[in-house]
Design a protein around this ligand. Structure first.
Ligand SMILES: NC(=O)N[C@@H](CC(=O)O)C(=O)O
Ligand SMILES: [Zn+2]
Ligand SMILES: [Zn+2]
Length: 345
């Protein structure tokens, strides 16, 4: 049995770092595991301009623990009136790495999101021309559509046409949760890829109702049926360059999760690599772990791979029931469980 595994240092291609005290409390966990991360722009107010992204990047860098080697890659939150010139300038100046579409009201802090993708023609043409990736939270927001079908219906109603109409646009289908999304990404050209979270490889929708309502297993897109989990898991460990690591680590204060109307989001940053590696091991696919965690993302984004490495050893790690820092109290993914790998640096 392998006792240690060393891979090139991974990156997280989908991450929520928040701001202020929460940023201070959670950033170190990601910086310990990952060299770079695509930082989601769904702050209040959202990050829609080059100057807001620059200022947010500075706050992140200022909050880094001493000696950390971590680069935040910033994203622009698209709204109906997003300005193609601003986006092109942000990309050219190296401030924006990508743009993010949240369909309006699809998820946490998405009230300013896009109401109709047809309003973005100028933006999407520009992004296609300059090779700037478009990251999509792929769920319809139509309340008539069952919540478990919203990703599949988004493919039918929006994603298919988008891929057809912008054949050279780089698109990341974020945090995929269904067999439909796996099939769609596999059937599309190399310009279409997807991120996969640890939770969507590990839990199905039963986890949200195991013996009672489990708010810490609730995120969006919500976990689906077992056959979808198996399809997502298989895609993730397959070695296909179209699938790469994106934790979607999304911390919310314990009181905002354990509430009559609890927030969506799972905080998985502290043990993300341990969690993913366990899946690759269970699927007898450790040989594909480095590709998923450290190579496929940079290749898709056209960025260099990281030069340094990380090592995980086979050792039990008990995940704490909560992560507390000053006033911040967040329950991590796998709280109270024992994981089989430990990141040693
Ligand atoms: N994934 C989540 O459940 N929540 C994210 C938003 C998102 O990625 O959709 C958040 O910002 O809390
Ligand atoms: Zn999302
Ligand atoms: Zn997210």
């Amino acid at each position: 049995m392998t006792a240690q595994i060393t891979i090139r240092r991974p990156d997280d291609w989908h991450l929520h770092l928040r701001d202020g005290e929460m940023l201070e409390a959670v950033l170190g966990y990601t910086a310990r595991q990952f060299a770079r991360a695509i930082v989601m722009p769904n702050l209040t107010p959202p990050v829609t301009t080059v100057s807001a992204a620059q200022a947010y990047r500075e706050r992140i860098i200022a909050a880094l623990p001493a000696g950390a080697d971590f680069t935040p890659l910033m994203t622009c939150y698209l709204t109906d009136d997003a300005d193609p010139a601003e986006i092109e300038r942000g990309f050219a100046e190296g401030v924006f790495t990508a743009c993010k579409i949240y369909p309006a009201n699809a998820t946490t802090n998405s009230a300013h999101g896009v109401t109709d993708i047809r309003k973005l023609t100028g933006v999407l043409e520009t992004m296609q021309r300059i090779g700037m990736p478009l990251l999509i939270h792929g769920e319809v927001t139509d309340r008539e559509v069952d919540i478990f079908d919203r990703e599949a219906v988004f493919i039918e109603r929006t994603m298919s046409a988008l891929v057809r109409d912008y054949p050279a646009l780089k698109i990341v289908f974020e945090h995929i949760t269904t067999e439909d999304a796996v099939d769609f990404v596999e059937a599309s050209g190399p310009q279409v890829a997807a991120t996969i979270t640890p939770q969507h490889m590990i839990i199905n929708r039963n986890a949200i109702f195991a013996g009672g309502i489990r708010p810490h297993a609730f995120c969006l897109p919500v976990a689906k049926r077992e056959h979808h989990r198996l399809a997502v898991r298989k895609a993730g460990v397959s070695g296909s360059p179209k699938f790469f690591l994106g934790t979607d680590s999304a911390p919310h204060m314990i009181g905002r999760k354990e509430a009559a109307c609890g927030c969506a989001g799972i905080f998985n940053a502290p043990y993300a690599l341990e969690s993913y590696l366990q899946v690759f091991e269970e699927e007898d696919a450790i040989a594909n772990f480095e590709g998923f965690a450290s190579l496929n993302g940079p290749a898709f984004y056209g960025l260099p791979v990281n030069e340094t490495t990380v090592t995980l050893e086979r050792a039990e790690v008990v995940v704490p029931e909560s992560i507390v820092d000053g006033d911040i109290n967040v329950v991590p993914f796998h709280a109270g469980e024992t994981l089989r790998w430990r990141l040693i640096g």
